[in-house]
Design a protein around this ligand. Structure first.
Ligand code: ZN
Ligand code: ZN
Length: 264
């Protein structure tokens, strides 16, 4: 199935994105890729998240809201834009790192359980068991939060970055039963599962089909989760492999009905 949306796009308002991450460039990509919906999801979270080294202090609402003005000034009748965010998990509070008042201001909200390079206790790094346990705990806390009703999608579930090891080391450690327990609740809460294609960047279609993510994605589908697709673009180059979204969708046999409502 052709994927005509991208609900995980960072503009250069995210301090980790580069100067090519502009709305203008993304519109050009959308036209080339045939995208009808772009969901902007700049980083956003409470300012007091420990270990994040001021990262979230650099993204207060007023900073991110600049994008709202930019979007209001654009006339592109064939593309629909959404002002969203990728918020954070707050480890000490064991909750989603935003307030209800802030949540109300976004068109959609994604939350990751896997920004462990920023939010996990440092002494868990390198301990695969602790790392996996932490992500499972964060995932369940997000689902059980009173704020979960604002969550559109779980951002790149269990997909870690910025460590000396990768998701390929950790995902196989999680049993089908554990995934099913988590994904049943995800479907029940009507929270979508994000298929974030950034991990496929350097992969061939065969490699994508045989990678460890596929078991997890199939289980999410089996549990009745709906999906969103995202590039996690932080610069202009990350749309060059967005055709992998279609490859992934075909591997999983997804149909329009498997997509979250916002994507349709
Ligand atoms: Zn992320
Ligand atoms: Zn992101």
């Amino acid at each position: 199935m052709k994927i005509t949306h991208d609900f995980h796009v960072h503009t250069n308002l995210s301090i980790c994105a580069n100067e090519t991450a502009t709305v203008e460039n993304y519109i050009a990509h959308a036209k080339r890729l045939g995208l009808k919906k772009i969901g902007f999801s700049d980083h956003f979270g409470a300012k007091d998240i420990p270990n994040a080294r001021g990262f979230y202090r650099a993204h207060p609402y007023e900073h991110n809201a600049e994008l709202k003005d930019t979007l209001a000034s654009i006339h592109e009748p064939d593309i629909k834009f959404y002002f969203g965010c990728e918020t954070e998990y707050h480890t000490p509070k064991r909750d989603i790192a935003l307030t209800e008042e802030e949540a109300e201001k976004f068109d959609f909200i994604t939350v990751p359980n896997s920004h462990t390079h920023m939010i996990m206790p440092k002494d868990y790094i390198g301990n695969y068991d602790k790392h996996v346990e932490f992500m499972i705990m964060a995932y369940e806390d997000i689902l059980n939060s009173p704020l979960s009703r604002y969550v559109t999608a779980m951002a790149h579930p269990f997909d870690i970055c910025c460590h000396t090891y990768t998701s390929a080391d950790l995902i196989p450690m999680i049993s089908d039963d554990t995934f099913k327990r988590l994904f049943d609740q995800t479907a029940e809460k009507n929270i979508a599962f994000e298929l974030n294609v950034s991990y496929t960047k350097n992969m061939t279609p065969d490699e994508i089909a045989n990678d460890c993510h596929i078991r997890m994605f199939r289980l999410a589908k089996e549990c009745g989760c709906k999906f969103t697709f995202g590039s996690d673009a932080h610069d202009s180059s990350q749309h060059y492999f967005y055709h992998n979204a279609e490859i992934l969708s075909d591997i999983l046999g997804l149909k329009e009905d498997d997509l979250a409502e916002i994507c349709k």
